[in-house]
Design a protein around this ligand. Structure first.
Ligand code: GLP
Length: 261
């Protein structure tokens, strides 16, 4: 795992966008795994800016989103479909047929989940997966206790997640869906390259457990320790509980001069 710490959210988002751009420049038809939530919004804003001002090209890119609330139609302002179109897709030159987001309204979830996994495989697998993290250490909607080998399926959301996300539903816990369809931890670990972004004090404990704690299904993000190419992008507050913070800063400062591997 590589841990990189930036002075603030803006700087972190810009650095993360640079990594996405490097992947797209090397492979214009890359398959991206996308996350929602407030954390990646700055990264998406920066990608839109790079598209407009620097010609960053998405015409051959395929995307797979991590998750979606069960029961929300695509047009619902809090659905992840809506979020992705508003924050990213409608501002860039991605082909609509190359966008995949789990369906929150299918009448056969089991078949849909199988199809989604199959589609990822048919598209050649995910080249770069973008992740946020929940305050309880979840990635996508893989709540504590999720199997580290899990695949795309329906999950019942934890109370903490429902309470955290109520801020998007006029603060009303009763309006937050109880179920979500989500890629599994096993699905995520198959991505060739993974980046996780975290910002703010409320994520500091989950971040420390992810990076420095044991690998455990109680913190599903900790499974990333088993992956060979993960970068964790943090702002100062999200990094504030890390025990080895000085070491990560030391590595980051000395990286430009390091011998090439
Ligand atoms: C939801 C999403 C996760 C996201 C998390 C954190 O639970 N399913 O993918 O990482 O929220 O969201 P935020 O970035 O708003 O803190």
């Amino acid at each position: 795992m590589e841990v990189v710490i930036y002075p603030n959210y803006e700087a972190m988002s810009k650095a993360a966008a640079q990594m996405v751009a490097r992947v797209l420049n090397a492979k214009p038809n890359a398959v991206l795994g996308l996350a929602t939530g407030s954390t990646p919004e700055g990264l998406y804003r920066e990608l839109v800016r790079m598209h407009r001002e620097e010609g960053l090209d998405f015409s051959q890119v395929t995307t797979f989103n991590l998750d979606e609330y069960v029961g929300l139609p695509k047009s619902h302002p809090q659905s992840y479909h809506y979020f992705m179109h508003e924050k990213l897709f409608k501002h860039i030159n991605i082909a609509l047929q190359n966008i995949y987001i789990p369906s929150g309204t299918t009448d056969n979830y089991e078949a849909f989940c199988r199809w989604y996994e199959e589609r990822i495989r048919q598209c050649g697998g995910i080249d770069l997966q973008i992740l946020g993290i929940g305050a309880d250490g979840h990635i996508a909607f893989n709540e504590p206790g999720s199997s580290l080998g899990s695949r795309t399926r329906i999950k019942t959301l934890a109370r903490q997640t429902i309470e955290d996300n109520a801020r998007f539903f006029d603060g009303r816990v009763d309006l937050v869906p109880i179920y979500a369809i989500t890629m599994g931890v096993g699905t995520i670990l198959e991505a060739r390259k993974i980046m996780l972004l975290a910002s703010g004090k409320s994520k500091a404990k989950a971040v420390a457990a992810t990076i420095e704690g044991p690998v455990t299904s109680m913190i599903t993000a900790s499974a990333l320790q088993l992956h060979r190419d993960v970068t964790i992008f943090l702002d100062e507050e999200a990094a504030s509980d890390l025990k080895l913070i000085d070491y990560y800063r030391w590595i980051q400062a000395n990286k430009p001069g390091a011998p090439k591997t």
